[in-house]
Design a binder for this molecule. Sequence first.
Ligand SMILES: NC(=O)c1ccc[n+]([C@@H]2O[C@H](COP(=O)([O-])OP(=O)(O)OC[C@H]3O[C@@H](n4cnc5c(N)ncnc54)[C@H](O)[C@@H]3O)[C@@H](O)[C@H]2O)c1
Length: 242
Amino acid sequence: MNRLDNKIAIITGAAQGMGASHARMFAAEGAKVVLTDVQQEAGQSLADEIGEQAVFVKQDVSSSSDWDAVCAVTKDRFGIPNVLVNNAGLYFIGQVDEADPEQVKKLLEVNVFGAWLGISKLAPLMRQAGGGSIINLSSLAGMRGIPWHAIYGASKWAVRGLTKTAAYDLGGEGIRVNAILPGAITNTGMSGTLDEDQLAAIPMHRSGQPEEVSQLAVFLASDESAYITGADHVIDGGRSLW
Ligand SMILES: NC(=O)c1ccc[n+]([C@@H]2O[C@H](COP(=O)([O-])OP(=O)(O)OC[C@H]3O[C@@H](n4cnc5c(N)ncnc54)[C@H](O)[C@@H]3O)[C@@H](O)[C@H]2O)c1
């Protein structure tokens, strides 16, 4: 018995980084996985690598019609989805008053509007399926004021708010909604190199691996977390302790 047998999971931003790691681990735990991303080639090649349990659908998470297409393919190929991982995201850092307005709009459209769209499309299907688990990727920048992270941070604070409110709205129908707040995670498109001072500020003196976040995502997707909803799950080597 695998931990995610009978789970049909949609994972956004799955062509690389943490999303790719989630996809591999979910499939290894028995889930059927629908990988989505704007990056067609990398996404398709990962789905091919995983095999029959996986399908890739090209998707921009900020497009309503793309979500409809993802849901249609999922139902057609595997059945009604009961897990959603809102993982796709954009990142930039910069002084709060120096951001380009178009870049700001785009980031909020993907990180916030895209996550909401996913919830709004999946909730009715999960209701039909008798419940489900939605996992939203927030960040340490969604619980602190981190220099140069005003816009990205605003988007990740919003994702936490969305998570908690959706958990209220959907809890009675057996749909759980949780947030994951990673600290510095290495080997992804968003990872930067940490200098000595930054490493020293992490109690565990190292950054995290995508697979360590995927372990948490598997737990939240599985029935092991059946009574956990609306919660912030910080995974940061202790960075937020002080
Ligand atoms: N790496 C970190 O240190 C870190 C820390 C905290 C939170 N996060 C969050 O974790 C999630 C995964 O990040 P990652 O580090 O793996 O970054 P990443 O850049 O490697 O992956 C993000 C993925 O999202 C995809 N994407 C971007 N715009 C999209 C769109 N409009 N529609 C669909 N897909 C789109 C990208 O193509 C990419 O594959 C993000 O939400 C990020 O904000 C990352």
